[in-house]
Design a protein around this ligand. Sequence first.
Ligand code: SF4
Length: 416
Amino acid sequence: MIQTYFIKTFGCQQNESDSERIASYFRNRGFGKAKGMYQADTVVINTCMIREMAENRVYGTVNNLVKNKLKMGKPGKIVVTGCMVGMAARDKSGVFMKLIRKRMPYVDEFLPIEEVGFDHPPLRSDTVNAWVPVSNGCNNFCTFCVVPFTRGREISRPYADILAECRKLAAGGFRKITLLGMNVNSYGADLIVGADNVQVMRDIGRKYFGNKSGKMPAGYVLPDGRKVKPVLVTHLGRLRIPTLFPYLLEDICAIEGIENIDFMSSNPWDFSPELIGTIAKNPKITRKLHLAVQSGSDTVLKRMNRWYKRSEFLKLLRTMREKIKGVEFSTDIIVGFCGETDKEFEETLDLAKKAKFYKAYIAMYSDRPGTAAHKAFKDDVPHPLKKKRWQVLEKMINKPYVESLKRKKIPSKANR
Ligand code: SF4
């Protein structure tokens, strides 16, 4: 009899996209898709640990699944993958692996997502919109974020592979492409400067510019033989990691059949003038941009290790509104980050008013093991105060958005 699998995915679009490749990995081994978790011979749990609540949901799901399957007399196999396994694989002390084994004792296999890789053509559930990962991991080390520990350093997919996948999608009838990366607009840095790009990010002035005007990193040869100058971000008054993202967008725009291109998550510090220009002149690229701000207070941004000030963020939005007709912005905001005072929260409220986001993903700060914030600061904003701040921002940004959707009779996805 044919063996069956079922994948339960927690977390972001990157995880959803990984699950499409995991599905293909099982299909290639002759498995069929089961109707649900309880019918499957093998259940794969693709985990998220961005917040404590997400992690606890994983433990709850796995342990309930085991209990109920044992009751049904059909234990099957349980495979856990995704961020929690990524964290365990990178934790050299072995403490995190011990912890997850203890909290999910009946799991048969902990599968690092890297073992699935990019080689499996994804088994997509949508027939019009396709997610296309362009990179994995992140080098930014925002102090609150666990991603650099769960997914590792940023690694870009080869340029030619991404273009080939997009062309195949267009030929197969897909009309919308969403490019995915944890810091999607820094795509290509490692292709240009090599794996030491974490260091380059911090030392770019010293390494490539000798602290003066210096010279650009060597050019990059695109798959069609064009030699291009890597793009550097000068908006925020500093030199950042070189990227290829504007070229990639241009080349995808040129593919016949693709009508709409979206990308996430982009960060303010890699929004170069070149990228803005590329978006402005290509109507196929979305006008609904997601740009995470996280806080409107300079002192909180500094504690978060975010590389911009509130004034620079607002200036970036102003520039983009001037250059890109009809652009709208959504954002991510964390409330109750370590030591956030009333005044600092007021600054976030003030920025939100000025930025006029049409939607925001607002999260109450959740202390994550392994992060710099966990080591250096105290998670000292009481939960009721975090909740109150969350409610204030929700009411200010998302309530009008949800009401506008209701008027248009569109279901809301304002909270993830
Ligand atoms: S840029 Fe995003 S994914 Fe990377 S560390 Fe910061 S919040 Fe996390």
